[in-house]
Design a protein around this ligand. Structure first.
Ligand SMILES: Cc1cc2nc3c(=O)[nH]c(=O)nc-3n(C[C@H](O)[C@H](O)[C@H](O)COP(=O)(O)OP(=O)(O)OC[C@H]3O[C@@H](n4cnc5c(N)ncnc54)[C@H](O)[C@@H]3O)c2cc1C
Length: 499
């Protein structure tokens, strides 16, 4: 059964996947930045005693090791990729970075949308450190800093327990948890960071520290939503695991028409059952091409219900009253089979993304505006699947106070995300038009949205990014940063500013 439903969903998704891997088109401003050359002496000193592998340009595996998920940043080439195998390797890298002040970036899964895990200096990659150890007695799991969602799933799936995590199999646990961590379990169990009970990290002095709520409550507060790359290189995380049983997963697709009524009914469904259901709903065009008409936009929702199929079908009655879906895949399955069904393909392409939060719901006027913007899409080679998505992130996430962890967006019901994606065939002027569309669309939607943004969906052009990512928690985060990283070793374009 698993194969059957996974295949169905994959086939459906592939119609508009982000596109094939593409040649890098990093913004000129990034490529123009001069790289501080480390020099052969520095690299030799790092390579000495290195237990993993230091990979230099031109060596086997370099291109793959340097390649980020968003190919927009693939032109940002590191001087070396330090594929760390141990915590001691990470310490060697940080010691060298501290001594030479050379630029560096940390990478785990490599999925940062804005290229913050790319660098023209040293790329410190922990991906190979991907062990997961389950402690059933204490109902915890230790996840090494390089493990991704798939590694965690493989270690837990036979034991009836799970950690709330995201949809993409190769997103790193590090990036996910440090920024918060949305997934289909969030409304029921909380964010990924809400299950974190401790973490090990190599800080600016190159010392390794293990922190939790007792040993350094402020830093532990900061790493739960403060974003990756700010306080140190995390080498391990301890999570509480949660028992899981049967869930009902669903994928419903409606033919074009009644988009506003359907999206309103989907929001009503979510808000009526805030902790029992999780929806990811959107409108999208049937085909690639400029200016899709309103009557070519269809509605899709993908989700998970923490209950049985019969009850879900009853709950869906108001939606069926608006319109009967063309596709209605509804499966009562074991949690892990459901997770497999809900996985996203692993897109690897060229894209730009923006997001805000929705306080309660998108009104009729807001949805009308969103659909109008979709019809103004300037065109390009790819079908746009992600022009406007509502990720449910209320429920349990809202039960935690906004100042209890650095993740501040606790009074919202949705992340609203919009995206433009293109392929190598699209000319620079086409891409420019798409990105201008994205900016204007985003700006125009702000009157309906919270002036906030999810640090795990970052954008380099975001004005007031620090306020948008951290809001009222910004000052406290900066104070932690000043104490833990006083010389701002861990810095990049949108790192937490020193107070
Ligand atoms: C296809 C796709 C699907 C996604 N799906 C979801 C989803 O379902 N839910 C969700 O919440 N988000 C999702 N995201 C966003 C994702 O959570 C963030 O991009 C996340 O930060 C990626 O983590 P990473 O380790 O893969 O990326 P990386 O690019 O390796 O790291 C992200 C940031 O964390 C830093 N970092 C990485 N490792 C460490 C470490 N060990 N210690 C300290 N800092 C580190 C990096 O320097 C960078 O700033 C998705 C992204 C993509 C591209």
């Amino acid at each position: 059964m698993t194969n059957e439903i996974v295949n169905t969903r994959r086939g459906f998704l592939q119609a508009g996947a982000l596109g094939a891997a593409a040649l890098g088109l990093a913004p000129a401003a990034v490529l123009a930045k001069p790289a501080l050359k480390l020099g052969p002496h520095g690299l030799r000193s790092l390579a000495r005693d290195f237990e993993g592998r230091l990979i230099l340009p031109g060596e086997d595996g370099f291109a793959l090791a340097a390649w980020p998920n968003n190919a927009r940043w693939a032109g940002v080439q590191p001087q070396a990729v330090a594929m760390c195998a141990t915590e001691a390797d990470v310490q060697r890298c940080i010691r060298l970075a501290g001594d030479t002040r050379m630029p560096f970036a940390i990478r785990s899964g490599g999925h940062n949308y804005a290229g913050f895990s790319t660098t023209a200096g040293l790329l410190i990659d922990v991906k190979a450190m991907n062990n997961v150890k389950l402690d059933l007695k204490n109902q915890t799991a230790w996840v090494q800093g390089g493990a991704n969602n798939n590694d965690v799933a493989a270690a837990l799936r036979n034991y009836g327990v799970a950690i709330p995590s995201g949809r993409c199999p190769t997103v790193g646990t590090s990036g996910l948890v440090l920024g918060g961590g949305w997934g289909f379990a969030a409304t029921h169990r909380g964010l990924t960071c809400d299950s974190l009970v401790g973490t090990e990290l190599v800080v600016a002095s190159a010392a390794s520290r293990r922190i939790d709520a007792n040993s350094d409550s402020e830093l532990f507060w900061a790493v739960r939503g403060g974003g990756g790359g700010n306080f140190g290189v995390h080498t391990g995380f301890t999570f509480n695991v949660h028992p899981v049983g049967t869930v009902t997963t669903f994928n419903l697709t409606w033919a074009p028409g009644k988009q506003i009524e359907l999206l309103r009914a989907l929001q009503a469904l979510q808000l009526a059952h805030p902790t029992r259901i999780s929806t990811r709903s959107k409108a999208l065009p049937l085909a690639a091409g400029p200016r899709p008409s309103r009557d070519s936009l269809y509605v899709e929702t993908l989700g998970q219900f923490w209950g049985g199929e019969k009850e879900l079908r009853e709950m869906l009655a108001p939606l069926y009253a608006v319109a009967v879906p063309q596709i209605a895949d509804i499966y009562e399955v074991d949690y892990w089979r459901g997770r497999d069904y809900l996985l996203t393909d692993d897109p690897n392409g060229l894209y730009d993304i923006r997001c805000s939060f929705v306080h309660k719901e998108l009104s009729e006027a807001a949805l009308d505006n969103m659909l109008n913007w979709m019809t103004r899409w300037p065109g390009g080679s790819l079908l746009q699947e992600n022009m406007g998505i509502l990720f449910a992130i209320g429920g349990k996430v809202k039960e935690v106070p906004s100042n209890a962890t650095a993740y501040v967006h606790r009074d919202s019901n949705y992340i609203f995300e919009m995206e433009a994606s293109w392929g190598p065939i699209d000319k620079p002027e086409t891409v420019q038009r798409q990105r201008a569309w994205l900016k204007d669309y985003y700006d125009d939607m702000q009157r309906f949205l919270q002036p906030e943004s999810y640090v795990n969906f970052p954008n380099r052009d975001l004005k007031n990014w620090a306020q948008a990512y951290y809001g009222t928690n910004l000052k406290r985060l900066s104070e932690v940063k000043r104490r833990v990283d006083p010389h701002n070793l861990f810095r990049f374009e949108q790192s937490v500013p020193l107070a």
